[in-house]
Design a protein around this ligand. Structure first.
Ligand code: PLP
Length: 522
């Protein structure tokens, strides 16, 4: 209902602006004629009139500009999205904008990886948004400067950043810039950035801004990468994420969890992530076993895991998933009110969903990744796979801020225990080391498999910790995890590991791991 009212109002406003524009064009034309009449003023009075006519012409032009901006803003509705390569589109825009930028002493630097996946774009509209941002950046750098355009791929998103070295914005201005009719520029309609945001959001994306006065501004646009990929011919398929809440199947977007659910309120819940490879869940028994252990550890009873496993298998078949992940979460359920101690009668909430997996680690697995080290501020039961992940979340964000793939926890005695969502292995004096299972780490399922594979490959092995101080002697380092698999690490903060390339033990285990996946998939 509200939506319909909005559409009607928007149409009415659009029609109104069109009408005004017609009259404005008559006004403009007549002012033009008047200006020509007074073009060579003979007297003081004529000069004053000529000045006034010019001012009126300016105002009239401004009204036309605002009307056009308004219509552009209102028109962002029905997109015609086609698979498109953002890198080509950016290059086209930079070519187009280059001369303007050069004139304004703005140097444009473009960093685009060669393997960006296609995204669904209404190219005309998206170019309009980009142009708006380019112009904004140029205006922010009145005396010239540098504009960096870069794109990176995240698992589900293509992330595009435009970074200028301009005058920047205060926090107050940043909080308002996407509001219609807010402008810091005299004569600005205040519709440029709201239109950009509308265009990005109409593509299912988001736009954010970070800015510092006198340093510059960074706009970050995130565009969804269609699942299952979109090929160049536009025949992409996307597999829906199917969820199951307490036995009821539904799209993930329709899952509703009660506000009193203890998972939501207290993190009173445990979870699992299972990889589906070539249509088959990998190491499912091991994951379900760990789930049973976690449930037991936090005293959640009455969950039929065999029934859950059956439901998961049915969902994988129904959705015809090939490369995917299953996320499972079981909470203690909802009490009648919020109290810390367990409610007398709460039925556990059982949720899982199956989601297509686009592997974000392909390149890192090949060339090695960088990690950072953060103090371990977690609790004393890291062996329970609970959803209380705040310390892990903060650690992972620190890693991301430093453009690292993972953060490694360091204990008070200097031990490197594990990653925020991975297990850690190192090769020291020819021996493969990893922390022994204890309360201090999660008993990683991939860790367990890799230990078996190492044993089979007769790689000397010891479940023993190593320390940060050992890093100069460590010849190889790698992470393991359900989605990261065997992921070489070639740099820890400023320290290079070994010769800076994935080492032979890591390579052998990567191969053995792949073989195990292939065998399991038949
Ligand atoms: N360590 C932590 C803290 C984790 O959160 C995870 C996975 O999420 C792992 C290790 C790796 O465990 P797995 O191999 O079972 O995915």
């Amino acid at each position: 209902m509200l939506q319909q009212q909005y559409v009607e109002l928007a149409e009415l406003a659009g029609g109104f602006i069109h009408e005004i524009k017609n009259h404005l064009s008559t006004l403009g034309l007549n002012l033009q004629l008047l200006a020509e009449d007074f073009g060579e003023p003979q007297s003081q009075r004529e000069r004053r009139s000529f000045d006034r006519i010019q001012r009126l012409q300016g105002e009239c032009g401004r009204l036309v500009d605002i009307s056009n901006d308004f219509l552009r803003f209102a028109r962002v509705k029905d997109l015609e999205r086609q698979p498109a390569h953002l890198d080509a589109l950016i290059e086209e825009m930079v070519d187009f904008f280059g001369p303007t930028a050069r004139q304004a002493n703005v140097e444009i630097k473009v960093y685009l990886p060669g393997d960006l996946p296609p995204v669904l774009l209404d190219q005309d509209l998206f170019k309009q948004a980009l142009l708006n941002l380019l112009l904004n950046a140029q205006q922010a750098m009145a005396g010239g400067g540098e504009l960096t355009i870069q794109a990176v791929r995240e698992p589900d998103w293509l992330v595009l950043c435009l970074i200028d070295t301009g005058k920047g914005m205060t926090e107050e201005v940043q909080s308002k810039i996407f509001r219609p009719f807010f402008s810091t520029r005299p004569g600005g309609s205040g519709l440029g950035l709201p239109t950009v945001r509308k265009i990005v959001e109409a593509h299912g994306g988001t736009i954010g801004v970070e800015s510092e006065v006198s340093r510059g501004t960074k706009f970050t646009i995130r565009l969804p990468i269609p699942s299952a990929g979109v090929n160049g011919s536009g025949k992409g398929t996307s597999v829906e994420t199917i969820a199951n809440l307490n036995g009821k199947q539904m799209p993930l977007a329709e899952v509703m969890v009660p506000a009193l659910d203890r998972g939501f309120l207290f993190g009173d819940a445990v979870y699992e992530v299972i990889r589906i490879s070539k249509g088959k869940p990998f190491l499912m028994a091991e994951h379900m076993h760990r789930l049973a252990r976690s449930l037991d550890a936090i005293r959640i009873a009455g969950v039929d895991l065999r029934r859950m496993e059956q439901r998961i298998r049915e969902t994988i078949t129904a959705g015809q998933y090939q490369e995917a992940t299953v996320y499972i979460q079981v909470t203690r359920g909802a009490g009648l009110k919020r109290t810390h101690a367990f409610p007398a009668q709460a039925t556990p909430l059982e949720l899982f969903w199956v989601q297509e997996f686009v592997d974000p680690y392909v390149e890192a697995r090949q060339h090695g990744a960088s990690v950072t080290v953060v103090p371990d501020i977690r609790w004393d039961r890291c062996d329970i796979k609970s959803t209380n992940l705040l310390a892990n979340v903060l650690a992972a964000q620190t890693a991301k801020d430093k453009q690292c793939v993972e953060a490694i926890f360091i204990e008070k005695d200097g031990t490197l225990s594990e990653g925020s969502h991975t297990s850690l292995f190192g090769v020291l004096d020819g021996q493969l080391l990893t922390a022994p299972n204890s309360n201090a780490i999660l008993p990683g399922i991939t860790r367990g498999l890799v230990l078996k594979l190492a044993e089979r490959a007769k790689i000397p092995l010891r479940e023993h910790v190593f320390k940060h101080a050992d890093l100069p002697k460590i010849s190889e380092l790698f992470l393991t995890g359900t989605t990261s698999e065997v992921l070489p690490v070639v740099r820890v903060d400023d320290q290079q590991i070994g010769d800076g390339k994935p080492g032979p033990v890591t390579r052998r285990l990567q191969e053995a791991y792949q073989q195990a996946v292939n065998e399991a998939a038949g």
